[in-house]
Design a protein. Structure first.
Length: 255
């Protein structure tokens, strides 16, 4: 535990000076103009309920944000996210060439500012956002892309925050199923349930990457819901077979 804390502190210090040196090569998402896209944003996850026909139905109609390994479905649909984001460094290092290649297929892409330490990111001319590297015990919504987005233990939290900061006040979740095949419980123990289908593509797995922590993810979603009236946004779960019951389902959630 102490070794990990020291290592994280040293890494954070190194990242700070690298960001300071190279940040001018990236564009802050505050410069992104989403005004032309209306007020509805879809957050696309990689859950098993995700269907090609659902993606085809929102293509060119709504702004969408997706992330990480969504690119594995690109061969089956012409839909592409308007904004592709990434925040898992372990996953990025594992497949950086694939991530960069497929992020170029999206209309825009954005990475946490500390990704600027990677040479290929500095040459990629993408947008950046400020993100706390480690999950926070106490979450708070940020008011601007000039501030740090809290780490809500899931990239869906980050995606919702980005959508909100871009000006979207109706956020629709699709393929966010809240299914976890291998995860860490509250005692930091690895739990595995091989009967669970976690992703839309069976070739996707969590080997050698940060394991999810469902108890922290739940708290993040509950926090987002609790703040929706204060910050004037609504979150709907359009995922067809989702186990996520925190957000309301609209009558037309089957698209």
């Amino acid at each position: 535990m102490i070794k990990n804390t020291i290592y994280n502190c040293i890494t954070d210090i190194k990242d700070y000076f690298i960001v300071k040196k190279y940040k001018h090569l990236l564009k802050n998402l505050k410069k992104f103009n989403a005004g032309e896209f209306g007020n509805i944003c879809y957050i696309i996850g990689c859950g098993p309920s995700l269907r090609v026909e659902d993606l085809d139905s929102i293509k060119n109609k709504y702004f969408s944000i997706s992330s990480h390994r969504i690119y594995k479905i690109y061969g089956k649909t012409e839909w592409r996210p308007n904004l592709y984001i990434h925040q898992d460094e372990a996953l990025y290092r594992q497949a950086k060439e694939i991530v960069l290649l497929n992020s170029k297929l999206s209309q825009y892409c954005a990475f946490p500012e500390f990704y600027v330490k990677y040479d290929e990111i500095r040459d990629h001319h993408c947008y950046y956002f400020k993100l706390k590297k480690n999950p926070q015990k106490k979450l708070k919504l940020t008011n601007s892309f000039e501030d740090y987005i809290c780490n809500g233990s899931t990239i869906t939290y980050t995606s919702i925050e980005i959508a909100r900061l871009l000006g979207f006040n109706e956020i629709r979740l699709l393929g966010i199923d809240n299914t976890f095949k291998v995860y860490l419980n509250e005692k930091n123990q690895i739990v595995e349930n091989n009967s669970i289908i976690e992703y839309y593509d069976e070739t996707i797995n969590n080997k050698n990457i940060n394991l999810p922590r469902p108890h922290l993810v739940k708290k993040s979603y509950e926090f987002l819901k609790s703040q929706s009236l204060i910050y004037n946004y609504r979150i709907f779960n359009y995922s067809k077979t989702s186990k996520l019951d925190i957000f309301e389902r609209p009558d037309d959630y089957l698209l």
